[in-house]
Design a protein around this ligand. Structure first.
Ligand code: 7PJ
Length: 356
């Protein structure tokens, strides 16, 4: 038997709540109630809504540690010389160096066009540029690592030389090594270091921050019939295990970020339930990354709008993520996402400024 904590009842500010509002992960969001989710193994046995002021009386060691993680600030990320603050949401711009990528396939046929798109994103306010050379969209096939290296290395080299903080979106140890050599300072692994048995070692030796993303199944078959009894609880426990495995492999906890992996072995209902419950993942005590930009769930909710007509839905998800304290938001449309988050930030700052 164990209990997980899902923050709920978000409020504008702590003012007027008499010390009974809690701050989410040292960020801009405050909440006054939590759902206590009791679980046996992976199964939810009950859910109870209690006010924040009631939580301490329920503490055992595990729950106290979760509460501490849930409410304490996240340290800034250090990517090479760049320091990225995580007390507010940051944008990670997506550069696909793939011929068949999910939503902009073929557009960046050559490396310098891809790199210049990435540089534009940095100019538009992306804190990190994520470069990938293997499409992991549903049904995609595996790319030989030699090809993947050839695609990403020139793009990363050019972006890093221009001063951008680059992450490498890859599941393969040799690609990680080549990408780090070319100047990448972060690893984004959609398999959470499960795909390549040597990847954890490479990440540990590099000392670079690593994103561990949840997925169910592999890209070829993951969308066939994804199943969960309780997607939020299962993703939480899976990520907790992957954090422990990464630490055991020598990756410092301060270098780990997690991502629920929208669309990776999840149907529309699963994605929506995960997004609504996202704040629970802060109890893992590491920064949270989300990637919902242009994904199929948006199409499913808007008369099957094609990938290039999903900006509105992508922004809606980005803001929902920000409301739940996601620290890094992965997006194709950097200018618009940064603008949406600036307006959101202005609203938060106003609400959090005491009346003179
Ligand atoms: C994600 C990703 C995501 C992280 C992709 C696409 C498919 N990395 N790589 N999170 N998705 N961390 O961009 O639509 O959701 S590839």
């Amino acid at each position: 038997m164990r209990t997980l904590i899902r923050p709920t009842a978000f409020v504008d500010s702590p003012f007027g709540h008499d010390g009974k509002a809690a701050r989410l992960a040292g960020g801009l969001n405050w909440f006054v109630a939590v759902e206590l989710i009791a679980i046996e193994g992976q199964r939810r046995t009950s859910t109870e809504l209690i006010p924040v002021e009631g939580i301490e009386s329920r503490f055992d060691d595990d729950l106290a540690a979760q509460w501490q993680a849930l409410t304490s600030p996240r340290a800034p990320l250090q990517l090479g010389e760049r320091t990225i603050r995580l007390d507010q949401p940051q944008v990670m711009g997506i550069v696909n160096a793939t011929p068949d990528s999910f939503s902009d396939g073929g557009q960046f046929a050559d490396a310098s066009a891809a790199a210049s798109a990435g540089a534009d994103m940095a100019g538009e306010g992306a804190a990190i540029i994520d470069v990938g050379g293997e499409s992991t969209r549903p049904g995609a096939s595996v790319v030989w690592e030699g090809d993947e290296i050839e695609r990403v290395v020139p793009v990363i080299r050019q972006l890093a030389a221009g001063g951008a903080a680059v992450s490498a979106d890859t599941r393969k140890a040799d690609v990680m090594t080549a990408a780090l050599e070319a100047g990448a300072r972060m690893i984004n692994d959609v398999s959470a270091l499960t795909y390549d048995p040597r990847s954890a070692e490479v990440a540990a030796a590099a000392g670079a921050p690593v994103i561990l993303m949840h997925h169910q199944g592999d890209p070829q078959t993951m969308q066939d019939n994804p199943r969960y009894d309780d997607v939020l609880v299962e993703v939480y426990l899976w990520l907790e295990e992957r954090i422990a495995a990464a630490e055991a492999a020598g990756i410092a906890r301060e270098k780990i970020l997690v991502d629920p992996g929208f669309g990776f072995g999840k149907n529309v209902g699963h994605n929506l339930e995960l997004m609504n419950g996202l704040a629970m993942l802060h109890s893992l005590g590491v920064p949270l990354v989300i990637g919902a930009s242009r994904k199929r769930t948006i199409g499913a909710l808007s008369a099957e709008a094609p990938a290039d007509r999903r900006l509105g839905g992508s922004l809606a998800f980005a803001l929902k993520g920000a409301e739940q304290g996601a620290q890094v938001i992965r997006a194709h449309d950097v200018f618009e996402t940064v603008q949406a988050l600036k307006v959101w930030r202005g609203l938060r700052d106003q609400a959090l400024t005491p009346r003179a």
